[in-house]
Design a protein around this ligand. Structure first.
Ligand code: MD6
Ligand code: FE
Length: 226
């Protein structure tokens, strides 16, 4: 008997599989959704790339224009990095701590951000900035809008790693009621369009130790800033 090569078109291992139980991007607003665990398969490439970025641009705490030291420590990669000091919030091409350009955005960061944006329905996402936030237990992010970018047409892709967080997803006024959205290791929030200027924040991170990342939460936010 002779073996014929199998026709790949008819050989479908998953032909009988159940349809996925939950939609891939879980809606939290009209044009915002959460991709649960989406980053997990990427982490063996993302974490080493993160180490390289942090070796060139270490986490540091920054001061707000109001004179408060943020509880979250920041770094950035990409053409533009978000910074704050007594004179305001802005994007810069250089790391104010080293005077050097921000580290390049690792290819795997860009690919993951684009894959997530696409899954949420935003095609052709071209981020030029990745802000990296580090929270230790007790760190928080007060309600704010992201409005330092030049153009609000592009979405923001936000990746959570390490300790869990309770994300606050509010309305268009600071006083609007917020939804509380738990974000776990590997979750990605994508938002844009009509939701782009919603207030949002993070409640104080609870004590704990994450098996891979230890006593911290790391959040990446990818934006088209310039
Ligand atoms: C954080 N995130 O999750 C803070 N901003 O640690 C943000 O401030 C944020 O997740 C814009 C869009 C998505 C975000
Ligand atoms: Fe934000």
């Amino acid at each position: 008997m002779r073996y014929e090569p199998m026709n790949p078109q008819t050989f479908d291992l998953f032909a009988d599989a159940e349809p996925e139980q939950q939609p891939k991007c879980v809606q939290i607003g009209e044009q915002s959704c959460v991709l649960r665990g989406f980053a997990l398969p990427w982490l063996d490439r993302v974490l080493p790339a993160l180490e390289i970025v942090l070796a060139a641009a270490a986490f540091r705490q920054m001061v707000t224009p109001g004179g408060f030291t943020m509880s979250v420590a920041l770094s950035s990669c990409g053409t533009l990095g978000w910074t704050t000091d007594r004179s305001g919030y802005r994007y810069t091409r250089h790391d104010p701590q080293t005077g050097k350009p921000w580290p390049a955005m690792p290819e795997v960061f860009l690919q993951l951000a684009q894959a997530a944006a696409q899954e949420a329905g935003f095609m052709d996402f071209a981020p030029d900035s990745c802000l990296i936030n580090r929270y230790v237990p007790g760190s928080k992010m007060s309600l704010h809008q992201d409005k330092d970018e030049h153009d609000f047409a592009a979405p923001i892709v936000s990746i959570s790693l390490g300790l869990p967080a309770m994300f606050l997803f509010g309305g268009f006024e600071r006083s609007d009621k917020s939804q509380r959205i738990p974000l776990l290791h590997g979750d990605i929030v994508v938002w844009g369009g009509v939701d782009r200027l919603r207030y949002h924040g993070v409640l104080p991170i609870k004590d704990g130790t994450h098996p891979q990342l230890g006593e911290q939460r790391i959040n990446f936010t990818f934006r088209t800033a310039g």
